[in-house]
Design a binder for this molecule. Sequence first.
Ligand SMILES: Nc1ncnc2c1ncn2[C@@H]1O[C@H](COP(=O)(O)OP(=O)(O)OP(=O)(O)O)[C@@H](O)[C@H]1O
Ligand SMILES: [Mg+2]
Length: 258
Amino acid sequence: MPPVLKVHELSKTFGAVRILNAVTFQMAEGEVISLVGASGSGKSTLLRCINFLETPTSGRIEVMGEAISITSNRPGKSEITNRAKIRLFRQRTGMVFQSFNLWPHRTVIGNVTEALVYVLGKGRREAEDMAHSALSKVGMAEFRDRYPSQLSGGQQQRVAIARVLAMRPKIMLFDEPTSALDPELIGEVLKVIRTLAEEGATILLVTHEMRFARDVSNRMIFLRKGILEQDDAPEELFRNPASEAVKRFVSSVMPAAA
Ligand SMILES: Nc1ncnc2c1ncn2[C@@H]1O[C@H](COP(=O)(O)OP(=O)(O)OP(=O)(O)O)[C@@H](O)[C@H]1O
Ligand SMILES: [Mg+2]
């Protein structure tokens, strides 16, 4: 089966600073990959480049066989082939953020329906059916007529996940989906992500929940200063860290496993 996502020599610079340095990896359908590394190592930037919230400086990204290449002939100047595909990429790569970003003046069902109508062009009725089934998946169907302010953080994040899920992306990108939550609410969101993973969703996840990452992931990718230092099955990464940095990271997050 061809990969769902192929990232080839992806680089990103902000001014003179290189934030991602020729990052290369791929994901098969149904794979779950956790992206780990110290603060500032480029994890969020990598996710944002994959769905073109940031424009990469150079490299190639392929989603379901459709590619966008970015070349940089002159410093500060990037050229994108197939710019028209960016919209398609955004639809195929659904992003869940740390801050749920729900529209406060829309109900739960309204939040999930919106993009189905305006981006996918679904009729109101079909959109509501799709939204309802996505909300059921995350256990939020009974809250459909509430407003975000009437929900807990965990519930809001589950709605945000439903909103992405309803769009039926090929890959779900999660950027620290539980970092803004009170500790007692983290579990319900992780449970939803675990269910999606078990049902075969392709997931690229940034999280500080290392035990969860180790349990749920097929592979873990370790980034250090924008360089991919290791891409391995979790048990391999924990057992055989490829560099001193990975080793330090492993023993800091999992003292027991070190
Ligand atoms: N828009 C921007 N302009 C300039 N520098 C940026 C921008 N966005 C990110 N950076 C820099 O890029 C580096 C990587 O940031 P990024 O947010 O990708 O890290 P991260 O691995 O997600 O960190 P964290 O774990 O803290 O979320 C940081 O040094 C950051 O300051
Ligand atoms: Mg980040």
